[in-house]
Design a protein around this ligand. Structure first.
Ligand SMILES: NC(=O)C1=CN([C@@H]2O[C@H](COP(=O)(O)OP(=O)(O)OC[C@H]3O[C@@H](n4cnc5c(N)ncnc54)[C@H](O)[C@@H]3O)[C@@H](O)[C@H]2O)C=CC1
Ligand SMILES: N[C@@H](CC=O)C(=O)O
Ligand code: NA
Length: 430
């Protein structure tokens, strides 16, 4: 049996675990694939750093591995756009199949990679790029290919979920929890990608592209991270039997005239503590998928960390290797629907607004008038008087995000409003 020769690009948190799995499972993998997998080179940036991998395989020349005739498959776990984009395009153009965990690259340049793969007949697999170990992209690309998916919603960033869970459970501070997430190998090399929602937005773009058979890039995704989530927001959510999660929401939108588009967004949201996503804690991820025939499905598991992510990478490598043994191919890009992206301002959302107001007659009616002016309907109001001021909590019905924002802006400017304590979207309830 001719071995499947693999070059690994990058040997950090995920890469070292990929080497470990391929080494520990070598015999089983040979049986499962029908040929042995052989690592023929590992491209690293710092060769002198201590790693539990065979030193003779290390090189600093990733480009040479990509060009080598002795390599069949490239596994990329460097991350980022440069130099990975050029390296993977070159590999695919040369007919070398690629397994990557790189959501940032796929969300920006996925179509270029797919085109290169299609042209040469190479495979492109990327299960680890979204929700780490959880099998999610393969179900979307393959198992659900016969259905019509209408919505994908979930928690897809382990680092921010780790932080928000800790803030909710113990009141832990933001900075110390982020440090811990980095130490545990969940955070990106630059953790601002996590906390500012870029990582989740890349994942949302990939999910929407696969779910709706269209091309969605990171720039089509509305994005807010968790930096602005305060202890007051968490407390306000708790007071209402809710918790705060960073959600990625991908929806198929059908206009009254039947025109279809997609709405893709990432932002913190309050969800009821009884919602299944509320009990997803730490670096765990969970994603709901709704499809016409299948109904609702939930995918849950470890969304970050070296070993869980390596599980998905090696699973993809097995798929590529099996295709090679059978002289077959994995799925191609499916983007025929060519749907446009709906701007966030037009997307219906619901808001929770918590205000400190003057405690005197007529305040509630002034605030309510602003809602009416913007055609935003109020679902619930709670007012608690104190001595000279009062706390006013309002939850709206669905309205366009633009109308809700204008409402909040105008309310913030009312002389009777002393402070806008917390404003957050609400999801997961009627
Ligand atoms: N850590 C995690 O939980 C997950 C990571 N991913 C993705 O996996 C990829 C790798 O992530 P990690 O292993 O966490 O990152 P990491 O930062 O631990 O490892 C990346 C390694 O690539 C090396 N590198 C940088 N430029 C290089 C070059 N030109 N040639 C060779 N090596 C180079 C770095 O020195 C580093 O050791 C990223 O795309 C990330 O988004 C995906 C899912 C989960
Ligand atoms: N930084 C990411 C890693 C996995 O994709 C996360 O925290 O989820
Ligand atoms: Na996955």
């Amino acid at each position: 049996m001719k071995p499947i020769r693999v070059a690994l690009l990058g040997c950090g948190t995920v890469g070292t675990e990929v080497v470990r799995l391929l080494t520990d499972q070598a015999e089983d993998l040979t049986q499962r694939i029908g040929a042995p997998v052989e690592i023929v080179g590992i491209a690293v940036r710092r060769p002198n750093k201590h790693r539990e991998v065979p030193e003779h395989l290390l090189t600093t020349d990733a480009a040479a591995l990509v060009k080598s005739d002795d390599v069949d498959v490239i596994v990329e776990v460097i991350g980022g756009i440069d130099p990975t984009r050029g390296l993977l395009l070159e590999a695919l153009r040369a007919g070398k199949s690629v397994v990557t965990a790189n959501k940032a690259l796929l969300a920006e340049h996925g179509s270029d990679l797919f085109e290169a793969a299609d042209a040469s007949g190479a495979d492109l697999y990327f299960e680890a790029a979204v929700a780490g170990a959880i099998p999610l992209l393969r179900p979307l690309r393959e198992s659900l290919a016969g259905d019509r998916i209408t919505r994908v919603m979930g928690i897809v960033n382990g680092t921010t979920n780790f932080i928000l869970s800790a803030m909710d459970a113990t009141g832990a501070g933001y900075a110390e929890t982020l440090e811990e997430a980095s130490r545990l190998g969940y955070a990106e090399a630059d953790p601002t990608a996590d906390v500012d929602g870029f990582d989740a937005a890349s994942k949302a773009a990939i999910l929407a592209s696969l779910a709706f058979h269209t091309r969605v890039t990171a720039s089509d995704v509305y994005r807010e991270g968790i930096r602005a989530v305060s202890a007051a927001d968490i407390a306000a959510a708790k007071g209402l039997g809710r918790t705060v999660k960073l959600l990625a929401i991908c929806e198929r939108v059908v206009s009254p005239s039947g025109q279809e588009s997609v709405a893709v967004r990432v932002h913190p949201a309050m969800i009821p503590r009884t919602h299944p996503l509320a009990s997803v804690n730490g670096a765990f991820n969970a994603v709901f998928v709704e499809a016409d025939a299948a109904g609702e499905m939930m995918f849950y598991g470890q969304g970050a960390g070296g070993a869980p992510t390596a599980s998905a990478v090696v699973g993809d490598l097995v798929a590529v290797a099996r295709n090679m043994v059978a002289s077959g191919h994995g799925p191609r890009e499916s983007a025929y629907a060519a749907l446009s992206a709906q701007p966030m301002g037009n997307t219906p959302t619901r808001y929770h607004i918590s205000l400190d107001v003057a405690d005197k007659a007529g305040v509630l009616s002034q605030v309510a008038a602003v809602f009416a002016e913007h055609d935003v309907s109020i679902a619930a109001v709670r007012q608690e008087g104190r001595t000279e001021d009062a706390s006013l909590v309002i939850v709206t019905h669905a309205a366009t995000d633009a109308a809700l924002r204008s409402t909040v802006d105008k309310i913030g400017g009312l002389p009777v409003v002393r402070d806008v304590v917390s404003v957050m979207r609400v999801e997961g309830e009627e």
